[in-house]
Design a protein around this ligand. Structure first.
Ligand code: JCQ
Length: 240
């Protein structure tokens, strides 16, 4: 998979893409990330990428020329996605969709915004990572990059873990524990040290269901609520 990123802070994204899981995926040839500096296509000696808004007002707007020039020079993989608060909300389903493509590209907006002609005539889609305003789209691009890359076949060490995780099913994870079995007098639940794998599976399922119903009723609603069997499972472990 190839992912191209356009930004005025290329070092931020290059550094991020080289680390941890992403770095390993790139080194293994499963993923190619190309980070492009929007300043390199600025037309003036000062490498300007922003200017004040027509009609007045505070702040600066990213100019169209350097962005169009950078994108047209490379013809990066499509869709070209603009990260910004006006976009469709990025979620696990969108991450799944993007992970199935041969590639896509990310454009990081900055300042008070991007010249609207970029949105109308260059970009394919705008995505938002949530209802808050960032100084720029770089952190949002990192979020998309990481969420998608870990779903690309072969990227995660354990092939099961990316899909097995309950979020793809609309559920929260069950509680996890590791050694020691007793920490400051707090014990690991007995079922997890019982060796009864059928009961462990049912306990985990019951925990995921009960935690989702209690902590994320919106997610529970999204999957159509609890079935009779699921309610019974929760009761079996006294989780209500
Ligand atoms: C991304 N949620 C919030 C800020 C304008 C495209 O234009 C702009 C982009 C940004 C940076 O992105 C965000 C964001 N998801 O603020 C202003």
């Amino acid at each position: 998979m190839r992912i191209d990123i356009f930004t005025i802070f290329p070092e931020m994204l290059r550094d991020f893409a080289q680390r941890s899981l992403l770095g390993k995926a790139c080194a293994a040839g499963l993923l190619e990330t190309n980070v492009h500096d929007l300043r390199s296509t600025a037309g003036d000696p000062h490498r300007s990428v922003d200017d004040s808004p027509y009609g007045g007002g505070a702040g600066m707007v990213l100019m169209p020329e350097p962005i169009f020039a950078a994108v047209e020079e490379i013809e990066p993989p499509r869709p070209l996605i603009l990260l910004g608060p006006a976009g469709r909300r990025f979620d696990q389903e969108l991450a799944q969709g993007l992970s199935g493509l041969d590639g896509f590209s990310l454009l990081c907006g900055r300042y008070e915004g991007v010249d609207h002609r970029v949105r109308e005539h260059l970009v394919d889609e705008e995505l938002s990572i949530g209802d808050f305003v960032l100084a720029g789209g770089e952190v949002a691009a990192m979020v998309v990059l990481e969420a998608v890359a870990r779903l690309v076949p072969g990227v995660m060490g354990n092939e099961e873990s990316a899909l097995d995780e309950s979020f793809s099913e609309g559920l929260l994870e069950y509680p996890q524990y590791t050694r020691p079995a007793v920490f400051r007098s707090w014990e690991v639940p007995e079922v997890l040290v019982s060796g009864d794998h059928g009961r462990i599976e049912r306990w985990r399922r019951a925990q995921s269901l009960a935690r989702t119903a209690r902590l994320r009723p919106d997610l529970m609603e999204g999957r159509g609520g609890l079935t009779r069997d699921e309610r019974a499972l929760i009761e079996e472990f006294h989780l209500e």
